[in-house]
Design a protein around this ligand. Structure first.
Ligand code: FRU
Length: 520
């Protein structure tokens, strides 16, 4: 090709590229005409998934002018992990999402790994224009060339800014925080620390956390390290988050540090631990000895919280990646891979436990419902007959009162092929478990075939909230005191539900089942 032909070909490519991107903004016409949009086998209906291809961690979650932004690790060319971009979606209610074009593309400094986004209200960065507060994304550049060449400095922190509500982004250029020679040096989560009037970056550095501070998001100074000798260390530390939380029922505040770890989770592979302590603008300290987990299921990883949530809302809003590096790249979905967890509110209890519950906006999805009160059961109770609608998208809320000799309570979700998920409350061992060994397709990974177990405190009344969405279950025990999130791939959707009491019976004080609507 001569020079002009090359230029024409390039122009054509740009047009095709732009066309592809703008298609991502809305449902494609043919799909919505035939009503086939988001109806593939195993496609979650009220959880966020990309239209196509690979997704992992949520990134840059920030609220700005009426919109919740969700960026995410995205590889647009395949259903397995590859050079990372930041995909982008927005929502006005945390529930319904609109896909926007890819926000950040790889460049000569590397591809775009996980990170966060803030609103620079005082324009400390000077990157705002005409009095507009810029949105700033802070991410890790991962340079494959440097990695292949065997250097240790291939992960560096970069920033990009937007002055049009996150619709378009400009990179700042040079990385703002250079790697001091440690391979794993990534996933910056940035927050404004009002007491010291500085930005604080929380960074995962191999087996610990490092804190950096900055007056302007551009010049960073190391403050301290945390965690080499504390917490779980079965794998590399990733995707941290530092948040200040109100203690439930008091006006006391505590600092909380979330740290994802892979592998080394309580049920294998990826999981997120947390520390409750104090942060003085330089150092995080804690007297916590126990290892605490945000979620005991196998499928909630790299979760962090939204920044810039309005004070009058005041919630700590969280979302995680609903998969596990142990098998994420081989799960049996064809067009896309992975979903996010349902958005959750985190609450810090007086006993310094982080409780998670689905955000209250879940109510927007409620459709038909059925409820049962004060029903005594002796052994098996087929709940399906009480539910005159399809259960495969549903929310179940229950308060159960076991008898003294009741040793186990099971909730079994199944289909006509006898594929099932068994949730068990073992009242003798004080355990909650999810068994997905008979849940349908499991042979794509040995590690997927498993029963997951969590410790619980059993009280006189047992409260459960369960979200079931085609390919996932999220179990919130006792107002979110213990949470389990697990994915599965049944050949047909689960549409039957049974309650089984062993040892003695129980009373269903209250059970309500809601059919939920699809968000797509
Ligand atoms: C966590 C993680 C991050 C990294 C990203 C790459 O799942 O490994 O540490 O930034 O994924 O996609």
């Amino acid at each position: 090709m001569n020079k002009i032909e090359i230029q024409l070909a390039l122009l054509l490519l740009v047009f095709i590229g732009l066309g592809c991107q703008s298609n991502k903004g809305t449902k494609s016409e043919t799909a919505s005409e035939t009503n086939a949009y988001y109806t593939e086998q195993h496609r979650p209906q009220f959880h966020f998934t990309p239209e196509a291809n690979w997704m992992n961690d949520p990134n840059g979650m920030v609220y700005f002018e009426g919109e919740y932004h969700l960026f995410y690790q995205y590889y647009p060319d395949s259903t397995v992990w590859g050079p990372m971009h930041w995909g982008h979606a927005i929502s006005t209610d945390l529930i319904h999402w609109e896909h926007l074009p890819i926000a950040l593309f790889p460049d000569s400094a590397g591809c775009i790994f996980s990170g966060s986004a803030v609103v620079d209200h005082n324009n400390t960065s000077g990157l705002g224009t005409d009095g507009l507060a810029p949105m700033i994304a802070i991410f890790t550049y991962h340079d494959f060339v440097g990695e292949k060449a065997g250097t240790t400095t291939f992960q560096n922190q970069g920033i990009a800014y937007s002055t049009d509500k996150g619709r378009t982004w400009k990179k700042y250029g040079e990385p703002v925080l250079k790697n001091p020679g440690i391979k794993d040096f990534r996933d910056p989560k940035v927050m404004w620390h009002s007491d010291t009037e500085k930005w604080i970056m929380t960074l995962a550095v191999q087996d610990h956390i490092e804190f950096y501070s900055s007056p302007n998001l551009i010049d960073w100074k190391r403050e301290s390290g945390f965690g080499k000798e504390l917490g779980a260390h079965g794998g590399v530390w990733e995707c941290p988050d530092l948040i200040q939380m109100n203690v439930e029922g008091s006006d006391q505040k505590e600092w909380v540090l979330l740290v994802s770890i892979n592998p080394g989770g309580p049920n294998g592979g990826s999981a997120t631990q947390y520390f409750v302590g104090d942060f003085d603008g330089q150092k995080f300290t804690t007297s916590q000895k126990a290892i605490k987990w945000i979620d005991y299921g196998a499928d909630n990883y790299a979760g962090v919280t939204w920044s810039n949530v309005p004070e009058k809302d005041g919630r700590t809003l969280f979302m995680g990646w609903m998969s596990n590096w142990w098998y994420a790249q081989v799960v049996p979905t064809e067009k896309w891979r992975s979903a996010m967890t349902f958005p959750r509110e985190l609450v810090l209890s007086a006993g310094k436990i982080i409780k998670s519950v689905p955000v209250k906006e879940l109510e927007l999805l409620r459709n038909r419902n059925t409820s049962i009160t004060n029903k005594h059961i002796t052994d098996n109770f087929n709940l399906t007959q009480e539910v005159p609608f399809d259960l495969s998208l549903s929310e179940l809320n229950m308060t159960l009162i076991p008898e003294e000799n009741t040793s186990s309570i099971k909730l079994i979700l199944s289909n006509s092929l006898d594929e099932k998920i068994e949730i068990e409350l073992n009242l003798r061992k004080n355990e909650l478990s999810v068994d997905r060994t008979k849940s349908g397709k499991t042979d794509f990974s040995e590690r997927f075939y498993a029963k997951h177990v969590a410790p619980i405190v059993i009280e006189e009344k047992i409260k459960l909230q369960v979200l079931l969405d085609v390919a996932s279950i999220e179990i919130f025990y006792n107002d979110g005191e213990c949470v389990m999130t697990d994915i599965f791939f049944p050949t047909q959707p689960f549409n039957q539900i049974e309650l089984v009491s062993t040892g003695a019976g129980l009373t269903i004080e209250n059970a309500s089942v809601y059919q939920l609507n699809s968000i797509w």
